[in-house]
Design a protein around this ligand. Structure first.
Ligand code: NAD
Length: 421
């Protein structure tokens, strides 16, 4: 059954990702042939997912698993459950995963997956049956040495557990490292759930430090109060920042003296949306233009566009989400002196700890949380320092610096490996 949903995508995200690559390639002087290779996805698998619904009817969902590049290692990337997901969105997200893993110097390529569905409208049983059938349909695509999924928008540790179990049942034994973001009881890593938000926080602290500023007292607006935005808001407010606004798909709330983040998180965990949380209501669009120091888009792509970028009043934008800023918005923000911490750097904490989970699963040896967080900080802060150095040395925006470093690494690996046959 086709699911009709209003799309958050105003432009084709894969075309934007390809244009970004060409811009980076021009800047670093990359050969056209290698740009042609890196500009396409290695593989895109589309599957039909027939699922028995609770009322006995059958719903056929559409799903994809896309691998962008594997020059540096098996591909890695989340699975999104969203009613407006498209193949070109998944391809763009897969390409960005390649750059993100390379920027963090992880031995992974990039991938992404999606199922067109609204998980909030499915019962737990329907969600499990659909997930297990989707996993069965892509069982030959994924694996610890091939392609390793993880959570993204609309998917949870519980969904990862069903993927792990379905894959393992097909193999005849438990395969811990086939998927990351699993619950702790079945081989998850300590620190994984808040890892993306923690990485966002580390990047923000690094940037503020270089400006001679501190996090304490900073007024932050967070769009998207899910895994990424929720954890980031909680960690930042715990360190003395004031979270003046948060939002989810139902809209936002504003409190100049600081939203009670712990209470809002508890409300979310109990299944509530912000519409019934209380407080002064604002729209998602109003949130983006709030008077604040830091804006953290942590929901979906293309929320900052040429229409609204001029209205952003924060002087620092930290991209918790993937692709929240269109290239035109990027230029407007730059022109207005807004420092943008790009997605491949700012939200890479999740894939870094996913890498740790994969390593721990392969070794069947699990680390303490302090060990996970210490290593996470080392990698994210190291990548930030490299990106910042290029940004300062070459006088280019952080996004171009980050993408440049990443694309160079993937190109180098591709050239050393050579073109088969
Ligand atoms: P999530 O499903 O946990 O949360 C998404 C949040 O965004 C929810 O609060 C939802 O209500 C809100 N939202 C959805 N549509 C919206 C809209 N149109 N306007 C405003 N808010 C909306 O997802 P997540 O895992 O937190 O992912 C959020 C973003 O971070 C995505 O861009 C994702 O690709 C990126 N990301 C996630 C991870 C991860 O580890 N989960 C890692 C890196 C990047």
């Amino acid at each position: 059954m086709a699911v009709e949903a209003e799309s958050h995508l105003k432009e084709n995200p894969f075309r934007l990702a390809q244009a970004q690559l060409r811009k980076v390639a021009d800047t670093i002087g990359l050969d056209d042939d290698i740009v042609a290779v890196l500009g396409e996805c290695k593989k895109a698998v589309e599957v039909a997912i027939p699922t028995t619904m609770d009322d006995g009817s059958v719903n056929v969902f559409t799903g994809w698993r896309v691998t962008h590049n594997v020059a540096r290692g098996p591909s890695k990337g989340g699975i999104r459950y969203h009613p407006a997901a498209t193949l070109d969105e998944v391809k763009a997200l897969a390409m960005w995963m390649t750059w993100k893993c390379a920027l963090m110097n992880l031995p992974f390529g990039g991938a992404k997956g999606a199922v067109v569905c609204d998980p909030r409208e499915l019962s737990l049983g329907e969600l499990e049956r659909m997930t297990r059938r989707f996993t069965s349909e892509i069982v030959n695509e994924i694996g610890p040495e091939k392609d390793i999924p993880a959570p993204d928008v609309g998917t949870t540790p519980a969904v990862m557990a069903w993927i792990f179990d379905t894959f393992s049942m097909n193999q005849g034994h438990s395969v811990l490292s086939v998927v990351t973001g699993k619950p702790l009881a079945v081989g998850g890593s300590l620190g994984r759930e808040e890892a993306t938000g923690r990485g966002v926080l580390f990047c923000l602290q690094e940037a503020l430090g270089r400006q001679g500023a501190a996090l304490e007292g900073k007024r932050i607006a967070v769009q998207g109060f899910g895994n990424v935005g929720g954890a980031f808001a909680e960690l930042a407010s715990g360190l003395g920042a004031t979270i003046v606004a948060i939002s989810d798909v139902s809209g936002g709330i504003y409190d100049a003296s600081g939203v009670d983040i712990a209470a809002a998180r508890a409300h979310g965990r109990a299944g509530g949306t912000l519409v019934d949380f209380g407080g002064e209501r604002i729209t998602n669009e109003e949130l983006l233009a709030l008077d604040c120091d830091v804006l953290a888009p942590c929901a979906l792509e293309q929320v900052l566009t040429r229409e609204n970028a001029d209205r952003v009043r924060a002087k620092l934008v930290v991209e918790g989400a993937n692709g929240p800023t269109t290239p035109e918005a990027d230029e407007i923000l730059q022109g207005n002196g807004v420092l943008v911490l790009p997605d491949v750097l700012a939200n890479a904490g999740g894939v870094v700890v996913s890498y740790f989970e994969w390593v721990q699963g392969l070794q069947e040896l699990f680390w303490k949380e302090e060990e996970v967080n210490r290593r996470l900080k080392e990698i994210v802060s190291g990548a930030f320092a490299e990106t910042w150095a290029r940004h300062e040395h070459d006088g280019m925006p952080l996004r171009l610096a980050a993408y440049g470093l990443a694309v160079e690494r993937v190109a180098e690996a591709s050239l050393i490996r050579g073109l088969y046959p």
